[in-house]
Design a protein around this ligand. Structure first.
Ligand code: DC
Length: 441
């Protein structure tokens, strides 16, 4: 699992940065400040002073905190109440800063923070992620900016939310919070020795994101380099293919830029996998498994390898295919899987049974699933020169696939979830199907 730590003082833009990187890399963004803020809110509601350390500690056993993720957005559940909208006020910021200096509060939140990274690739922002929570993080970024720049940004943010304040008040609050956060005896907000310092006082949001992505890429190996041969081949073959198949792509931007992913599509015709790969960015070659016998035919072998095929050993067994796919995805590849199994010629995708292998692969690779719908225009005799629509949906993050312990029922449910998305993209319902492949094959 990838662990990226983003630490730094208040108002440096950690959460915007981490959110943007998470979306680009398809990993989970965890805002740990929200946990401290939620404890602050709890204490405030109980009318307890945040300086009354003993009473705050006594209250901890009564506090239940849980993180949920919906559409990539984190929701903090405080005693089963979603408090996301209530924890961003200046008052709660100050409560959070004070309670976060209590060692027992930090210990209380340790497991919540660590456990999420056991089953997800994460980018986590906070103050002590690189020093205490994940000293072994793959990448540690310490994001900082001058206090004036940070206060101005935070002021704009509050103004946008309709919270009345002045730049001076925000600056003074920030000075106090900086002092609290960086001088406290437990887990002070300081950069880890091996953190990369990113000062964004003079950078725009986009420049900060680009720089962070560059740092992350330099320190992780989750993008696969395509060979020069493939790049030339892509330009040549894919363009011809695109033209001949009258391919039209929707959702190109949803193809993850980084990291492995299970690409799930409905299976209409022989050329599905090539049609989909022609619609993917050149940098993200689609991989798929092909039987070992095909690799024995000299010219065909070169062609299919160039087109992303991967040899399926062990006599093409299902378990071999799963293992191979998992290892490809773990090394950062996109692997095509057809939940319907074999081609379902002329059948309504919404009514065909599906297998659960795709979910099993996602579970073991700890990877997101990308729904892709293939819609072919009905045409009696032509294989080429008929309209094919490739509709790429939004990736479903691993954290939203409902996995807990793995197992057949969970694999099935995850595959069903992505398959339902495929049907939605294509507008397939139990009685409407628009993708029958009735052409000569
Ligand atoms: O990042 P934020 O402003 O939402 O954090 C609120 C407070 O919580 C902040 O004053 C510092 C504290 N905090 C912390 O001590 N450790 C973390 N990992 C995250 C936040």
């Amino acid at each position: 699992m990838i662990k990226i730590a983003v630490d730094g003082p208040s108002g440096a833009g950690k959460s915007s940065l981490a959110k943007a990187v998470a979306a680009k890399m398809n990993i989970v963004y965890v805002d740990t400040g929200a946990l401290y803020r939620s404890i602050g809110l709890y204490i405030r509601r109980k009318d307890i002073s945040p300086d009354d350390t003993a009473t705050v500690i006594n209250e901890l056993p009564n506090i239940s905190l849980d993180l949920r993720f919906e559409n990539g957005e984190q929701h903090v559940m405080l005693c089963d109440e979603d408090v996301n909208g209530l924890i961003r006020t200046p008052e709660i910021s100050m409560y959070a800063s004070k309670v976060s200096a209590i060692p027992e509060v930090r210990a209380f939140l340790l497991d919540t923070q660590r456990s999420i990274a056991k089953t997800n690739d994460v980018i986590m922002d906070g103050r002590d992620i690189g020093t205490v929570i994940f000293p072994d993080a793959d990448v540690k970024i310490f994001l900082t900016a001058s206090i004036e720049a940070r206060a101005k940004r935070r002021y704009e943010e509050l103004k946008e939310k309709g919270i009345e304040t002045t730049v001076e008040d925000v600056l003074n609050d920030m000075k106090t919070r900086d002092e609290n956060d960086s001088t406290r005896s437990v887990a002070p907000a300081v950069a880890a020795k091996d953190a990369i310092i990113l000062d964004n006082s003079d950078l725009t949001v986009e420049q900060t994101i680009d720089e962070a992505i560059r740092i992350i890429n330099e320190n992780t190996h989750k993008t696969t380099e395509q060979t020069r041969f493939y790049r030339h081949f892509y330009n040549f073959f894919h363009r011809i293919f695109k033209f001949c198949m009258h391919l039209r792509t929707t959702g190109y931007e949803n193809v993850p830029e980084y990291n492995g992913c299970v690409v799930c599509a409905n299976h209409v015709g022989l050329l599905d996998v090539l049609a989909i790969s022609a619609c993917f960015p050149r940098e993200r070659r689609l991989r798929y498994l092909a039987k070992a016998e095909l690799f024995k035919i000299p010219l065909l072998k070169t062609l299919i390898i160039a087109l992303g095929a991967c040899k399926l050993d062990r006599g093409g067994s299902d378990i071999g295919a799963i293992k191979k796919s998992v290892s490809l995805i773990k090394s950062g590849e996109l692997v095509a899987v057809f939940p319907q199994g074999t081609r379902q010629k002329g059948k309504n995708p919404a009514e065909t049974p599906i297998k659960s292998g795709a979910g099993m692969i996602a579970y073991h690779a700890k990877a997101p699933m990308l729904p892709v719908c293939v819609k072919m225009k009905k045409q009696k005799y032509l294989l080429f020169f008929r309209r094919v629509d490739i509709i790429i949906g939004k990736p479903i993050p691993y954290s939203e696939l409902g996995f807990e312990k793995g197992g057949g029922a969970e694999y099935k449910a995850a595959t069903e979830k992505v398959y339902a998305e495929i049907c939605k993209l294509g507008g397939f319902t139990a009685d409407i199907s628009d993708c029958e492949d009735k052409s000569a094959e």
